[in-house]
Structure formats: structure tokens, C-alpha cells
Design a protein around this ligand. Structure first.
Ligand code: PGA
Length: 224
């Protein structure tokens, strides 16, 4: 039985209050399942309150960051370093295509960020845009997110996503590949049914608590 990661990426959306409302709406509806990992990535300034709310509610939710500094603590104005994030998160998105496009993030920076989070014992979740994107050593979970599918309402086909995921698995060995790009409650199962797709990274649809819970439920049926 494969294990699935279902990860919400709020991007630069949702106030702290809205994030807490999301947690209160989603948390009580999630059942603990040994083959499903459910996580969400709020904005940096909502992380602390989010982590607290998950702990108080004892919800089966993992908190992740959307980014991390390529440096540890020190004179790096405006950056969030892994040793500090460690108090709040268990995983970190790294190398999302929006960071590469809007913030000039390079493969070298992605690799440094992976090093920093691994040193802090935080799981890196590196986003790759295709099978040619470098995957730093030590990554166990990555997300295939084709740029054409992100936020467009036009997902990749499950067949092509499976083809790319298989290529990534063949190239990088024991690695779990998530699919991301215009996933919603109606198409989610078609991706996770594929042999080499081990979960989903969801942007827009994840911000609606009912839709996110529906996605988790659809995926749970696939691994039951
Ligand atoms: P989307 O975003 O689900 O809104 O397409 C996915 C992502 O960028 O992680």
C-alpha cells in the first residue's frame, strides 16, 4: 500500500485569522490514517499561530513553510533560517516555480536550502518543473509541478504526470513524487491512482476547507 502526501500551499494568501479558521474547519474532520500525511504551508507570519493551533487541537496536520533561507542565522536581513523554523515546522517547500520566476531562485540556491533544512532535521519538499530539474541529494519527497498547470485551471494529464514521475523515480531512486498544478476535488483521484504519483501539492483549491477535506477523503479512498 503506498503512502500519500496531501499538501496545501496557501502562497501569499490568507490572514492569520483566516488561517486559524481554516485549521478549525479542516482539523476536526481529518481522520488519522497511517498511509496519509496531510500538511499545509501558511505564510511565514502565520506559521507561529498555525503551529500552536494544530498542537492545541491535536490535529493530524503537519505544518510546513513555503520557503527557507539558504543561510543559517546571521546578518541576512529579511530571511527565515532553518534553525528558527524548526520550532514551528516539520517540512519546507523549496524551489517552487514562483520563487524561481519572481525571486530569481537558482538550482544552486535550491541545493543550499535543502542542505540547511536537512541540517535542521526539517524535511525538504523540492518542486521540480520537469524531469530535467536537478534534485539535490537527500530529497525523499519532491513535487512535479509543470509551470503551464500552476494556477491556470489546466492540469497536466494523469498519464503525462505519471510518465514524468516515473522518469524522476527511475533517475533518482527511492523518491516519492507528488503532482501539483490545478488539482481539485474532481481530478485529484485520477492522479494519485497512478503508480508513481505519491500525493498532491495543491494551491488554489486547498484554501477552501470543504474542498481540501474532500480532496483528502478522495485520496484516502485510493489507499484503503
Ligand atoms: P494551483 O497551485 O493548485 O493553484 O495550481 C499549485 C502550486 O503552485 O503548488
Amino acid at each position: 500500500m503506498k503512502k500519500l502526501w496531501i499538501i496545501a500551499n496557501f502562497k501569499s494568501n490568507l490572514s492569520i485569522q483566516q488561517t486559524l479558521e481554516w485549521i478549525d474547519a479542516v482539523g476536526p474532520l481529518l481522520e488519522r490514517h497511517e498511509n496519509i500525511v496531510v500538511g499545509f504551508c501558511p505564510r511565514f507570519s502565520a506559521l507561529s499561530e498555525a503551529a500552536k493551533a494544530v498542537k492545541v487541537g491535536n490535529y493530524p496536520l503537519h505544518v510546513g513553510s513555503q520557503n527557507v533561507s539558504p543561510f543559517n542565522e546571521g546578518a541576512y536581513t529579511g530571511e527565515e533560517a532553518a534553525p528558527f523554523l524548526k520550532e514551528l515546522i516539520s517540512f519546507s517547500l523549496i524551489g517552487h516555480s514562483e520563487r524561481r520566476t519572481h525571486f530569481a531562485e537558482t538550482d544552486e540556491m535550491v541545493s543550499e536550502k535543502v542542505n540547511r533544512v536537512r541540517e535542521a532535521e526539517i524535511m525538504p519538499l523540492v518542486c521540480v518543473q520537469n524531469a530535467e530539474t536537478p534534485v539535490p541529494a537527500g530529497c525523499e519527497v519532491i513535487a512535479y509541478e509543470p509551470v503551464f498547470a500552476i494556477g491556470t485551471g489546466t492540469p497536466d494529464t494523469p498519464e503525462n504526470a505519471e510518465k514524468v514521475s516515473k522518469q524522476l523515480v527511475d533517475m533518482h531512486g527511492k523518491i516519492n513524487v507528488l503532482y501539483g498544478g490545478s488539482v481539485n476535488k474532481d481530478n485529484c483521484a485520477s492522479f494519485v491512482k497512478e503508480a508513481n504519483i505519491s500525493g498532491l501539492l495543491i494551491g488554489k483549491a486547498s484554501m477552501n476547507p470543504e474542498e481540501f477535506v474532500a480532496i483528502v477523503n478522495e485520496c484516502t479512498l485510493v489507499v484503503q
